[in-house]
Design a protein around this ligand. Structure first.
Ligand SMILES: Cc1cc2nc3c(=O)[nH]c(=O)nc-3n(C[C@H](O)[C@H](O)[C@H](O)COP(=O)(O)OP(=O)(O)OC[C@H]3O[C@@H](n4cnc5c(N)ncnc54)[C@H](O)[C@@H]3O)c2cc1C
Length: 420
């Protein structure tokens, strides 16, 4: 019987593992709860009406259509029977494996306040991004019809919680939307007066970057009109707005870009985990006591970056997927030696609006428009397929030259206007 590799999660790690196993003497089943692979680094651009959903996501089944040894299944995994080597699906389905790769990623976390989620959506899935886009655009629409000045001000206040790359990218893009793209489209409000407030509990934004790049990003965001509140933790999120430090701030839109919680992979397989739920894995990315189970990407943690934890970013998940595929190939050839994983860091990137970015390659730091072009080229390069690369490049070029965004659509959702 051909060796059966089951990969749970068709994100960056899971797909890299499937790609690394091309041509190996294995059967592969790849299971994901969604039918698409998602390019999360550009999700904020869907949330802020720059790109359409189809430009950053691709059906997994289509991506792997030429790989006859790969079966793609749509299903949510809820457990692993490690004793009998079976993956358990929420609908009662069972998939047996010889080798299992858990690559189920992470979601945003609310530091024990899950009740804030309805008021402050995070950004992780396409649905999250379209929810954010809908809320942002609907807020302008409602402000246009609001006569009460206090309520109008709240409708034109956008709060972003968390000053990491996602919070910085969201606030820069919303400020540009309000202050540069939308003026002229409304008759009763001046969208240039919209407030975009970025709240960060720590002493500076972009804490994973060097202090000078973080200071540059701070100044660039302020130039775009973003108000930055540092050293203040958010204590409350509600339909009225937020309370940060001791101050209430009335806001109709709150976006959550702070905190991460790993998928439940560690719990499914009964593995030790850190505070964020990430499985603690062996140096070769296997689960302790289970050499047939690998846990990779955002759902695992390992100190394989010169003794430091590997960051939760796409290149790290990809490298781990490739590493695990090589290990499986060697095992199939009879070589069962442990192969420790070592992470190679190629850099940190964050963009600030459509004209500036910061990049820390370690050996050189780049900022400003040059960094923005490098950031753009890198992201276009990593998209899948020539058509998507061209479509995204064209969308960006169009916005860059004309300042007009094409993805201003309010679709589906909780606040659908009652006109139909
Ligand atoms: C908004 C945002 C912006 C980001 N920007 C960047 C960036 O600019 N650069 C960068 O390098 N990284 C960025 N990241 C991080 C990067 O996207 C992650 O590190 C990377 O996706 C991790 O890959 P992964 O394979 O571990 O998980 P993912 O890519 O998240 O894939 C996990 C997969 O598992 C599936 N899954 C989850 N649970 C189940 C289940 N129970 N059953 C079945 N399937 C399941 C999911 O549907 C998903 O397809 C960003 C992340 C976010 C959210």
């Amino acid at each position: 019987m051909t060796h059966h590799v089951v990969i749970v999660g068709a994100g960056f790690g899971g797909l890299a593992a499937a790609q690394g196993l091309a041509g190996a003497d294995v059967r592969i089943t790849i299971i994901d709860q969604r039918n698409h692979h998602l390019f999360q680094p550009l999700l904020y651009q869907v949330g802020t009406a720059t790109l359409a959903t189809s430009e950053i996501a691709w059906p997994v089944r289509h991506l792997l259509r030429k790989r006859k040894e790969v079966t793609t299944l749509l299903g949510a995994v809820t457990g692993v029977d490690t004793e009998n080597r079976k993956v358990l699906l929420g609908d009662g389905g069972i998939v047996a494996y010889d080798t299992l790769i858990l690559a189920t990623g992470a979601r945003h976390a609310y530091f024990g306040h899950d009740e804030w989620e309805p008021f402050a959506p995070g950004l992780k899935t396409l649905e999250d991004a379209t929810t954010i886009r809908r809320r942002v655009l609907l807020s302008f629409e409602r402000a246009e019809r609001e006569a009460d000045p206090a309520r109008r001000a709240a409708l034109l206040t956008f709060v972003i919680v968390g000053g990491g790359p996602t919070g910085v990218e969201l606030s820069g893009a919303i400020a540009e939307l309000a202050h540069q793209n939308l003026p002229g489209e409304y008759r009763h409000i001046d969208t240039r007066k919209a407030r975009v407030v970025l709240i960060e509990a720590g002493p500076r934004i972009l804490p994973s970057f060097t202090e000078d790049l973080s200071a540059y990003a701070h100044a660039s965001l302020e130039r775009l009109g973003v108000e930055i509140q540092l050293g203040q933790a958010v204590r409350e999120c509600s339909d009225q707005g937020v309370i940060y430090g001791d101050q209430p701030l009335a806001a109709n839109v709150i976006l959550w870009a702070a905190g991460v919680r790993a998928s439940a992979a560690a719990a499914w397989a009964g593995l030790p985990a850190d505070n964020a739920g990430r499985a603690l894995v062996e140096p070769d990315l296997t689960a302790p006591g289970h050499p047939e189970i690998f846990v990779i990407g955002d759902t695992a943690t390992i100190n394989a970056w010169h003794g430091k934890p590997v960051p939760g970013i796409a290149p790290a998940a990809k490298q781990q997927g490739t590493h695990v595929a090589r290990t499986i190939r060697m095992r199939l050839r009879g070589n069962t030696a442990q192969r420790p994983f070592r992470y190679r860091h190629s850099g940190n990137l964050a963009t600030i609006g459509k004209r500036a970015a910061v990049i820390d390659f370690g050996w050189i730091k780049v900022r400003g428009w040059l960094a923005w072009w490098l950031w753009g080229l890198a992201h276009i390069y990593f998209l899948i397929g020539v058509r998507n690369r061209l479509a995204v490049a064209l969308s960006w070029l169009w916005i860059y030259v004309t300042g007009s965004r094409s993805a201003h659509l309010i679709t589906q959702g909780e606040q659908r206007p009652r006109t139909q």
